[in-house]
Design a protein around this ligand. Structure first.
Ligand SMILES: Cc1cc2nc3c(=O)[nH]c(=O)nc-3n(C[C@H](O)[C@H](O)[C@H](O)COP(=O)(O)OP(=O)(O)OC[C@H]3O[C@@H](n4cnc5c(N)ncnc54)[C@H](O)[C@@H]3O)c2cc1C
Length: 325
């Protein structure tokens, strides 16, 4: 079977190596000349470590910082499983081992399967009606602060963050539904003492799809199959790295077993936790707390394993704090 992958982000590169190892005839193309750094670089360690191991990548070689706490609006939670990794270097290394082509030089006609791994662009699959693409902005700055993950939220339409990269370097960023960045960013700077920094070495503006997989269907149209963020594998909090890897693994398994017809069902089943998170966020944004709060036990059960150690009571208290502004 000949598979052409469009997009060499986390999902596309991982899928490429899984398929290659299994003997597929696989090609990959990318429209960039080098990987961009548009991401805060947090990743769920246990899951990503195990998945990357399958293609011979040792995630530990790319871990920059293991933050002790995730601090949200000043409240510190023990970090269970999130590390900051050098995503750009990891992708650069993988790109160096691939025969990466320009999109124009790939022959779509000769492929049996075309994979849309183009992230929020969703360049091959049909556009999604009522898509939810949040604008984001992120800079690399230097600050002398304890290496925790810092988050500041007000209202429920976005948040600002500071992720440590080691050597006093930080990703400082913000995402908000309508692109209203300044209040959140100023709030973060004020709350944690991250002063405006004029020694910026990088600035990225990007979009992130905050829509669960069920609302990104169809995943398969003709011979085009979506993977990763193109089909909504991003949590309600914006975690898309490990979910995109996982989604690529699901696609690989379906291709390998010759059962592509199972793919949609398996993605929806696996990412039920993402569906719950988006339902929660949507209900909070609509001011329907009576609908949001019953979802909390399920969300906390998943997130306290994936990310931070918190309880339902902690999140309820935090929610009050965030919504009070
Ligand atoms: C500011 C920001 C911060 C984030 N921080 C985190 C974080 O800390 N932790 C986390 O887990 N997630 C984070 N995310 C989300 C995460 O980065 C994405 O969900 C994840 O990268 C999606 O992986 P992907 O491979 O599906 O898509 P992408 O990583 O977006 O890769 C898509 C690739 O396709 C290429 N492409 C696009 N169009 C075409 C085309 N027509 N032809 C060929 N190639 C094309 C792009 O250049 C890109 O290389 C963040 C997102 C943003 C925007």
């Amino acid at each position: 079977m000949k598979v052409q992958i469009y997009g060499a982000g986390v999902a596309g590169t991982f899928l490429y190596f899984l398929l290659k190892q299994a003997g597929f005839d696989v090609g990959i193309c990318e429209r960039r000349r080098s990987p961009d750094c548009r991401c805060a670089w947090g990743i769920t360690y246990d899951e990503a470590k195990a998945l990357y191991k399958e293609i011979g990548v040792n995630l530990d070689e790319y871990v920059l910082v293991r933050p002790e706490y995730v601090v949200i609006n000043g409240v510190a939670f023990k970090n269970k499983n999130v590390v900051i990794f050098d995503k750009k270097r990891l992708l650069e290394d993988l790109w160096g081992r691939m025969d990466l082509k320009d999109a124009e030089t790939l022959s779509a006609q000769q492929a049996d399967i075309l994979v849309d791994a183009t992230g929020y662009e969703r360049a091959l699959l049909p556009k999604i009606e009522n898509d939810r693409l949040y604008p984001t902005m992120q800079t690399v700055e230097t600050h002398d602060a304890d290496e925790n993950i810092y988050v500041y939220a007000r209202g429920a339409t976005g948040y600002a963050w500071a992720f440590p990269l080691g050597d006093k370097r930080w990703h400082v960023g913000v995402g908000e539904a309508e692109g209203n960045f300044s209040a959140l960013l100023n709030g973060l700077r004020e709350k944690y003492g991250f002063e405006v920094n004029d020694k910026l070495s990088c600035r990225c503006d990007a979009l992130i799809r905050l829509l669960p997989p069920s609302k990104c269907r169809p995943f398969i149209v003709g011979k085009v199959v979506g993977v990763g963020e193109s089909i909504g594998c991003v949590s309600g909090a914006g975690e898309g790295n490990a979910p995109s890897l996982r989604c690529a693994k699901l696609l690989y398994e379906c291709l390998r077993s010759g059962r592509l017809e199972d793919y949609e069902r398996r993605v929806l089943k696996h990412f039920r936790w993402i569906e719950n998170e988006h339902k929660f966020v949507e209900a909070v944004q609509q001011g329907r707390l009576w609908r949001a709060l019953p979802l909390l036990p399920k969300i906390v059960a998943v997130e306290s394993k994936r990310a931070v150690g918190h309880s339902v009571a902690d999140v309820r208290a935090l929610l009050k704090l965030i919504l009070r502004g």
